[in-house]
Ligand binder design. Structure first.
Ligand code: AMP
Length: 170
């Protein structure tokens, strides 16, 4: 199934100049959801995965489904102040200003094989910060896995030394 017709382009959201990729039409169609999950699983192939780590919040939709299909645990990587237990924090650069991501310090054990998932790879700063958190805990990022990649923003450059896979490229 071609999933691109389930991705809606919203101009100037959340601010002027951003071409936002809205995945809610895909989420609203069970056949498209099922096909998307199968296609994301095909990107992973037969690689052994201990845990799927996904980035708040749109990464959670398919992140948990992937974890179930892979018989793997699920690790939420969240915005600051959301996780209740002791956390590790990784700041990262936005287009204007800074943001940060957090992970529970006991979420990943040394040597665990991790699939990182998010909906969109744009400039790559978010995924890079998530990889840093996983690797700080001793996890091995087996693949960075996205629904779609905005190639013109060259986010893949920030994920050098990692396998990066996405279903759709713009
Ligand atoms: P970046 O750090 O620039 O790669 O941004 C990636 C994060 O921001 C992901 O968690 C996406 O959900 C979100 N994001 C960035 N740009 C877009 C976009 N054009 N459409 C939808 N989500 C986006």
């Amino acid at each position: 199934m071609n999933l691109s017709k389930y991705i809606r382009n919203i101009e100037d959201f959340p601010k002027v100049g951003v071409h936002f990729k809205d995945i809610t039409p895909l989420l609203g169609d069970s056949d498209a959801m099922e096909s998307c999950l199968q296609q994301l699983m095909a990107l992973v192939g037969s690689q052994k995965i201990d845990k799927v780590a996904a980035i708040e919040s749109r990464g959670f939709f398919f992140g948990t489904l992937l974890a179930q299909k892979l018989n793997a645990g699920f690790v939420p990587i969240r915005k600051p102040g959301k996780l209740p237990y002791t956390t590790l924090k990784e700041p990262y650069q936005l287009e204007y200003g800074m943001d940060a991501l957090e992970i529970h310090e006991d979420a990943i054990k040394k040597g665990e094989r991790i699939l990182l998932h998010d909906d969109v790879l744009a400039t790559g700063g978010t995924a890079r910060a998530a990889c840093n958190l996983i690797e700080s805990l001793g996890g091995e990022v087996v693949q960075c896995n996205f629904l779609l990649e905005l190639e013109f923003l060259n986010g893949i450059k920030k994920l050098r030394n990692h396998s990066v896979q996405s279903l759709l490229k713009y």
